[in-house]
Write a protein of this length. Structure first.
Length: 472
């Protein structure tokens, strides 16, 4: 053990410290898509905000950097350590308690290491609902959701993580603890700092706890999977749904026909909703109420009657609502089965979605005509995961040479249409050049100045967001 780690052990004798990281905590060095290998001096496991403070003061004394890490499910390597001499991973497995639920105020205070699924469970036990919902909710943490301003399938109705956080407890780079875990929905007292912390990918402060806003529990819900001919019909269906259901829409998901065909191949045990071999697009709509509503089926059928649907499957008829959503959740595993996948997390204004899908397919075909676009996502908020699969029966090398050029075109197209190259996965290590290229220069300068105010010595998650501009 190094002298620095020995000093930490003397300062905090009860702190769990792992120095043989590759052998004892290899998961902390893994990047979710295996594009990079991590490296770290150690992994530490604080159990309260005071220990976080003490660790940060120790890091300053030894000129080390802290890499906050939750469930390690970041799609942008935002929590990956990269320096075996300087980087210390801070895990939150021991900082995972429920501090309390206020039913009258419809809030809960949870620590950063609690998984999203656990937080959902505690809210449900209290008769309330935490609407943040992600595919990784079984292992992603509340702290990680806050660091990335996570979105998910319920953004259309409830917003991103930032919309569901009322207050934060966090520790600054110099060790000062800010305890602002209030449960207030109105608090106009100076600058709002929490929105800066949320989505900052651990580069401004270390979040230790949060007060989350809860919603009334859902008492009735209904989902439907529909097959449409083209993207214009998908946009029409969304407009009609908004007019018909209003705030009752919780999710409006979109899938290319290839997505469901491959999901069927990968999961033959799933009961098919209808014929999946026809071309076109599929929409999965979910509506929900916080009271018993026996009229949901009639309302859904009335909406379906004004649409040019090719096929429909209403939950509770042939398939359960759970089974319909299993099809949506099966998409990621289905694409993984195809080998190398070129992924893009874009968003454009909804009125530009048809143009994006059409032009993106043309751009991909210009580079590799046999490549297979695999778009799906949260079309209700304009977010599309525009992923590219290699040609059928080809090896990964058939797609690999075109990765950089295709991604350049896809990101440029999204920005040209008034959108973004990173809708919900953040910047991390992989999109730092895009942040510099596409951000308004004045805004970019302001963000750099904010970083300097919060972390002037660059000890918090160096390299993330800013790349080489922010390396230690």
């Amino acid at each position: 053990m190094s002298a620095a780690l020995a000093d930490l052990g003397e300062r905090l004798p009860d702190l769990l410290i792992i120095s043989e990281v590759a052998r004892e905590a290899p998961q902390t060095l893994e990047e979710t898509r295996h594009r990079l290998s991590g490296a770290a001096l150690a992994v530490v496991y604080p159990s309260n905000s005071q220990e976080i403070s003490d660790i940060l003061r120790w890091a300053k004394a030894h000129d080390l950097a802290i890499i906050p890490q939750g469930g390690a499910s970041s799609r942008s390597a935002a929590a990956l350590p990269t320096d075996a001499r300087k980087h210390v991973v801070m895990r939150f497995d021991r900082l995972n308690r429920l501090r309390g639920i206020n039913v009258a105020n419809a809030t809960m205070v949870v620590e950063a290491g609690m998984t999203l699924a656990e937080a959902q469970h505690y809210a449900a036990e209290a008769g309330l609902y935490l609407p943040l919902s992600l595919g990784s909710e079984a292992w992603c943490t509340i702290g990680g959701c806050i660091a990335h301003n996570a979105g998910g399938v319920n953004v259309l109705r409830y917003g991103n993580t930032r919309d569901q956080v009322l207050g934060l407890e966090y520790v600054l780079a110099d060790g000062r603890i800010v305890n602002d875990c209030h449960g207030l929905r109105k608090n106009n007292t100076g600058y709002a700092l929490e929105p800066l912390i949320i989505g900052s990918e651990g580069t401004l402060a270390v979040v230790s706890a949060a007060t989350l806003k809860l919603a009334p529990a859902e008492r009735s819900s209904l989902s439907v999977l529909i097959h449409l001919s083209d993207m214009d019909e998908v946009i029409l269906a969304l407009a009609k749904a908004r007019a018909h259901f209003g705030q009752s829409i919780s999710s409006f998901e979109f899938m290319d026909s290839l997505c469901l065909r491959l999901a069927a191949d990968e999961h033959p045990e799933l009961a098919r909703p209808y014929d999946l071999d026809k071309p076109g697009f599929h929409v999965l709509l979910r509506i929900a109420e916080n009271h018993e509503n026996t009229g949901l089926t009639g309302a859904m059928n009335a909406w379906l009657n004004v649409l040019p649907t090719q096929q429909t499957c209403l939950s509770g008829e042939r398939l359960s609502e759970e089974t319909l959503w299993q099809w949506r959740h099966a998409l990621v595993a289905a694409e993984k089965s195809q080998g190398l996948v070129l992924k893009h997390d874009i968003a454009v204004p909804i009125d530009q979605l048809t143009c994006f899908i059409r032009r993106a397919a043309m751009l991909v075909a210009r580079h590799l005509p046999e490549a297979r676009p695999y778009p799906f996502g949260h079309v209700g908020d304009g977010n599309i995961h525009y992923n590219i699969l290699k040609p059928v029966d080809a090896d990964d090398q058939a797609l690999a040479p075109y990765q950089e050029a295709i991604s350049e075109d896809i990101h440029q197209l999204a920005v040209e249409l008034g959108g973004t190259y990173s809708a919900e996965h953040g910047i991390g290590l992989f999109k730092t050049d895009l942040l510099a290229r596409y951000t308004d220069p004045a805004a970019y300068s302001l963000m750099q100045q904010i970083k300097q105010v919060f972390d002037p010595e660059n000890r918090l998650n160096p390299g993330k967001l800013w790349g080489e501009r922010n390396e230690r």
